[in-house]
Design a protein around this ligand. Structure first.
Ligand code: HEM
Length: 232
């Protein structure tokens, strides 16, 4: 064994790769084959657990972006919001994997979920928590510059940072909405749209959340901009 392949870090595992990434603990987080009621539990747990990790990264970046906007460092905030939006893209594309499950066989998996429901997803709970302070920081920033929300767009070339920030906020909002739309279709495909979820919510009621957005004013201002410049 060469000197370089010997581990130097503390922790569990035979190599620094395993020790740094804590792969032993990570790979213990899924049920073993002898605990499965159906082998698709591994697929189901992998999609949910990896989604929670990406959501954790996303909300941490959004929270920090909010602090940076308060400190007037918009370019640094933009980097982080872009990253958070890409996390949402990954979480959305991970949903494709769940459509590999047979709806009939999923009824077996569902029996071992108890009252487990996505409403209790820590990742989404935190996303909901950090989205508003970021929006508030953006509005305070354009008000400090003496601009209304519409001005951020009308004078977007003069106030490039504020314009970019507005666009990254709506991008993030859209990525969450697109996740919801996609999730709704996956749910409809796997369990149907006329049933109730594991916490008793009718799927159809959850479907209405598609119309929710963190920054409705950013969607509404488009109407104002279009109306402001309609041909005579
Ligand atoms: C077979 C796959 C899935 C099914 C059948 C499913 C089903 C459901 C149902 C029925 C609800 C309504 C609440 C209730 O449980 O009563 C719900 C909500 C939710 N689920 Fe899923 N889900 C699936 C995958 C996922 C994945 C991979 C995530 C990612 C973390 C997720 C996150 C959520 C969230 C955040 C909600 C709250 C509603 C919202 O904010 O739009 N779900 N899900």
């Amino acid at each position: 064994m060469s000197e370089l392949s010997k581990p130097v870090l503390e922790g569990e595992g035979g190599s620094d790769y395993e020790r740094y990434l804590r792969t032993d603990a990570l790979l213990r987080l899924q049920k073993n084959a002898d605990e499965w009621v159906h082998r698709d539990e591994l697929l189901f747990q992998t999609v949910h657990q990896s989604s929670e990790l990406w959501l954790k990264l996303a909300w941490n970046e959004v929270e920090e972006a909010g602090r940076l906007v308060v400190a007037d460092d918009i370019p640094a905030a933009l980097r982080l919001i872009r990253r958070a939006s890409d996390c949402l893209k990954l979480v959305t594309s991970a949903l494709d994997m769940l459509e590999h499950m047979s709806p009939w066989e999923y009824t077996e998996v569902r029996k071992v979920l108890g009252h487990g429901s996505g409403f209790d997803s820590p990742g989404f709970r935190e996303i909901r928590r950090v989205a508003k302070p970021l929006g508030d920081a953006f509005h305070a920033a354009h008000e400090r510059a003496g601009l209304s929300l519409a001005d951020v767009y009308v004078r977007g070339r003069e106030f490039e940072d504020l314009y970019q920030l507005a666009e990254q906020l709506i991008e993030f909002d859209e990525r969450v909405i697109v996740w919801r739309v996609r999730h709704f279709k996956v749910v409809q495909r796997v369990i149907g749209a006329d049933v109730i979820g594991t916490q008793g919510t009718p799927v159809e009621v959850m479907g209405r959340l598609i119309h929710h957005s963190f920054y409705p004013e950013l969607w509404d201002v488009r109407n104002d901009l279009t109306r402001m410049n309609l041909p005579e």
